[in-house]
Structure formats: C-alpha cells, structure tokens
Write a protein that binds this ligand. Structure first.
Ligand code: HEM
Length: 224
C-alpha cells in the first residue's frame, strides 16, 4: 500500500488529516481575531492592515486556496470518520452516553455545519460584496466603516455572536482532540492540553464577539 492510500484509507490517517487541517484552521482563526481586534485602534489602523493583506494578491490567493482545501479535507475526513464509527458501533447509546461524552463532543457535526454556514454568510457580508461602501480618504477599502455598518444591524450582530459561540464549542473539543490525534496529549500533559483547549476557546469567543458587542454599544458610530 502506498503512503497516500495508507493516509486516506485508514482511520488513523483520517484522524491525522482532521488534526492537521484543524490546526491550520485554528491558526487562521487566531490570526484573524488578532488582526480584527486592531479595529479598536481606529479606522486608520484597520484599513491600513486590510490594505497590507491585499497588497500581495498572489500570497492572499495561496492562503485562500489553502484554507479552502483545509475546510474541504476537514469536512471530508469528519464525514468518513462518522460513517466508520456508526458502522463499527453496535448500539448508538454506547458512545452517546452523556456521562462519558461532553456536549461539545456530541454536537461536533452540528456546530461544524453551522459554523460553515456562518463562514459562507460572512464571506458575502464582508468579502464578496463590500465595494458599494466605497473608500476612505486614502482611497483604501473602508473596512472600518463596513464592519461598523454591518454590526449596527442587531440581527447580524446576534448571528455573529451565536455563530462564534458555536465555533468556540466546536474548538473546545476540536483543539483537545487534535492534540490527542497528533500524539501530544498523553499522560501527565493530557490535563494541560484539555484545559488549554477550553481557555483558548473562551479567548476566541470573547475576542471575536467584543467587536459586534462594542458596535451595538455605540463604538465607531461617528463614521456612519
Ligand atoms: C466578529 C468576528 C469577526 C470579524 C469582525 C470579522 C471580520 C472580517 C473582515 C472585515 C473580513 C474582510 C477583510 C477584507 O476584505 O479586507 C473578513 C474575512 C474573512 N473572515 Fe472574518 N471576521 C470575524 C469572524 C470570523 C470567523 C469566526 C471566521 C471563521 C471561522 C472568519 C472567517 C473569515 C474568512 C474565511 C474571511 C475571508 C478572508 C479572505 O479571503 O480575504 N471570520 N472577516
């Protein structure tokens, strides 16, 4: 059996694929949050940051295609593992026992699918159709105004807050599992990695939702 077949056909290989693609997506979520938090440093800072990201289009497209590839592989491996687990399990209730599994682990498919739907909505909201908002005084895409305008709609903000809650539930279990799949979370370190997963999920939730929450409370309204 060649290495490609060994990775894509075995359960262990699929777990590695889940772990590695999950790690890449997790890295994106952290980087994206840190970048977005610059909005609190004002219009100039966030617009300059967005312009900087777009100043190397080739690199941007490599990153976008890489992310899409990771999302596709992550979903494919997840669906394969779920199917294999179901086929191997004599009774649904054995693994679904709520005293053994957590809410996050039992709802991974649903939180993952809703986060995926959120990403599609988010791309239409902020990436695919934002040009009607025009440019700032330095003729750059006015990301600051776009975000303030977007989150001034309480329904949109509420959807972002709920989706980020689900993303963080997904990550609290996903990050824990990825350390296990990649073989780091063993013996005495297991508890540390499990706690890290929960703490980082909360950090991402608070970091991301602070933006719509701040806009709802009046932040940035002077640009509208
Ligand atoms: C409330 C939190 C968030 C804010 C304020 C935010 C803001 C933004 C903005 C402003 C852009 C467009 C950048 C530009 O066109 O210059 C963007 C793009 C994007 N965001 Fe978010 N985002 C948030 C949460 C998320 C989350 C949780 C995810 C994924 C799980 C995500 C995934 C993406 C992706 C994939 C893009 C497209 C990047 C590209 O191809 O250029 N965002 N976001």
């Amino acid at each position: 059996m060649n290495i490609f077949k060994a990775i894509f056909c075995s359960s262990l290989g699929k777990k590695y694929i889940m772990g590695l693609t999950g790690l890449a997506l997790f890295g994106f979520v952290i980087g994206h949050m840190v970048g977005n938090l610059q909005i609190f440093m004002g219009q100039e800072k966030i617009n300059a940051y967005a312009a900087m990201l777009k100043s190397v289009p080739k690199l941007l497209w490599v990153a976008r295609i890489g992310l899409l590839f990771c999302v596709g592989l992550h979903i494919w491996a997840a669906s394969q593992l779920v199917r294999e687990n179901r086929a191997a399990r004599p009774s649904r209730y054995e693994v679904n026992d709520p005293t053994v599994t957590t809410f996050a682990s039992r709802t991974m498919i649903w939180s993952g699918l809703i986060v995926f739907a959120f990403i599609v909505y988010h791309l239409f909201d902020f990436t695919i159709a934002p040009d009607y908002l025009g440019h700032d005084a330095k003729d750059r895409h006015d990301v600051f105004k776009m975000v303030i305008l977007g989150f001034s709609n309480p329904f949109s903000s509420l959807f972002y807050i709920i989706a980020n809650g689900l993303l963080c539930i997904h990550l609290s279990h996903g990050v824990k599992s990825l350390f296990q799949s990649l073989g780091f979370s063993t013996g005495q370190f297991r508890g540390w990695f499990d706690r890290f997963a929960v703490v980082i999920a909360w950090v991402i939730f608070i970091g991301n939702t602070s933006i719509p929450a701040a806009v709802l409370l009046g932040f940035g309204k002077e640009v509208l």
